[in-house]
Design a protein around this ligand. Structure first.
Ligand code: PLP
Length: 417
């Protein structure tokens, strides 16, 4: 049996050093997983409260998805690659139809990609084509991916700085999350000569530390964007398809474009940008060579797994479950940690939860302290002061409750030592 340290050493020998975090103590290399449990290469068991950065709504190795592999292997040997922008696969069509059927009726047409960042790239191009403008308003704390196009929108200075000379930063104005109408209007004025193409916003900021917008603010962004002949883009990559107790925030906010990723592939790489018909129709008819495509866009196997995932989210009513379980978790955490000197806030919606601490880096310390006790969580926020929890939407009550008890114990003990 290999040890975790040995495996990480082997990784270090072959991978760019920026790619994988190596904790000082108790490093972990995953080997196998089932549902919300993961085992490392030394056979240690962990309760997974991250679910692949939120990409596993049904947990690991879901039986519902395992059937897809069996089906393809036995009954209907699958097309492995269908050259999606020339010869579409049946699975790509079925996936797009299912996705659309679950979205608000305002969304008529979509385009597929592989990652969240790529879906946002499509949204930006769509907004530019539809408005014939190229100015964007974004918000402090925003995370829209790290590809070179979307990097200009992402808030974190340390991610942008090494590449700043390449980025379209002059097309972007950054405002506080929750900016007032006056701030927004002034910023739109300053976007000349580009003009407002779109305001882009996450319904709840994830990487910034589970930041909820002020009530009614998202609705007001739509109004302001439309009054100024621009669009509202919702980046629902993290929040969409059940995570925050709803399928799409566009059911409540008059957005023009939404981006989806993570959950919709059930762990496989697929993402989508959906828009209102007139907005998406700004793209020209493909003359045989698509203006925007990628070798693996609409990959048949990802589409097949993705469609089964969407149907499970729907039939198991996992959005509603996320809301109920999330409320219960917030109660459990509040009951145990209310008044704790280090805990500033316990917040979130559905199974998108955060505990904010008063000390920078404290959530990162809890992440490392709780790992040997068998729980996987992540820090978030610019200073690592928020502990994020995004478990599978079908995690059992018992397992989630047990993981939360271990976290509570670790916080109480961590602040005493
Ligand atoms: C809101 C949001 N947008 C975009 C992205 C980028 O997605 P990906 O990492 O799949 O490119 C993320 C990733 O965490 C995200 O949370």
């Amino acid at each position: 049996m290999s040890s975790n340290v040995e495996m990480l050493r082997r990784l270090k020998a072959v991978e760019c050093r920026d790619s994988t975090y190596w904790p000082k103590e108790n490093p972990t290399v995953f080997q196998k997983a089932k549902g919300s449990l993961v085992w490392d290469v030394e056979g240690r068991e962990y309760i997974d409260l991250c679910a692949g950065f939120g990409a596993l709504p049904l947990g690991h190795a879901s039986d519902a998805l395992r059937d897809v592999t069996a089906e393809f292997a036995s009954e209907r040997p699958m097309v492995e690659h269908a050259m999606g922008d020339v010869y579409p696969s049946e699975e790509k069509i079925l996936f797009l139809e299912t996705l659309k059927s679950m979205l608000p009726s305002s969304y008529a047409l979509g385009a597929l990609a592989l990652s969240g960042g790529q879906a946002v790239e499509i949204a930006l191009k769509t907004a530019m084509l539809a408005t014939k403008r190229s100015g964007f308003i974004v918000f402090d704390g925003a995370y829209h991916g790290l590809d070179l196009g979307v990097l200009a929108l992402t808030s974190r200075e340390d991610f942008r700085a090494p590449f700043a000379s390449w980025l379209a930063e002059s097309n972007v104005i950054r405002l506080p999350f929750g900016a007032s109408k006056d701030q927004l209007k002034a910023a739109i004025g300053k976007l000349k000569p580009f003009g407002l193409a779109a305001i882009i916003v996450e319904p709840i900021q994830g990487r910034a530390g589970v930041n909820l917008p002020p009530p009614g603010w998202l609705e007001s962004l739509a109004t302001i964007a439309h009054e100024n002949h621009g669009l509202l883009i919702l980046d629902e990559i993290f929040t969409g398809f059940g995570r925050i107790g709803k399928i799409s925030t566009a059911s409540f906010v008059d957005a023009d474009i939404s981006c989806f990723g993570k959950s919709i592939g059930g762990g496989f790489p697929i993402s989508a940008c959906f828009a209102k018909r007139d907005v998406m129709s700004a793209w020209p008819e493909s003359p045989g060579e698509a203006l925007h495509t990628g070798t693996f866009f609409g990959h048949p196997f990802s589409a097949a797994v993705g469609r089964r995932t969407l149907l499970q989210i729907q039939s198991q009513e996992l959005s509603a479950r996320a809301e109920t379980l999330g409320n219960k978790a917030k109660q459990q955490l509040s009951d145990a940690l209310r008044g704790h000197p280090m805990v500033i806030d316990i917040r979130g919606e559905g199974l998108f939860l955060g505990i904010e601490f008063s000390k920078a880096g404290f959530a990162a310390k809890i992440m490392d302290d709780i790992r040997p006790k068998g729980v996987i969580v992540l820090p978030s926020g610019n200073t690592g002061s928020v502990l994020s929890m995004t478990p599978a939407l079908n995690i059992s009550d018992e397992l989630f409750g047990e993981a939360l008890n271990r976290i509570i114990g670790c916080i109480v003990k961590g602040t005493m030592s």
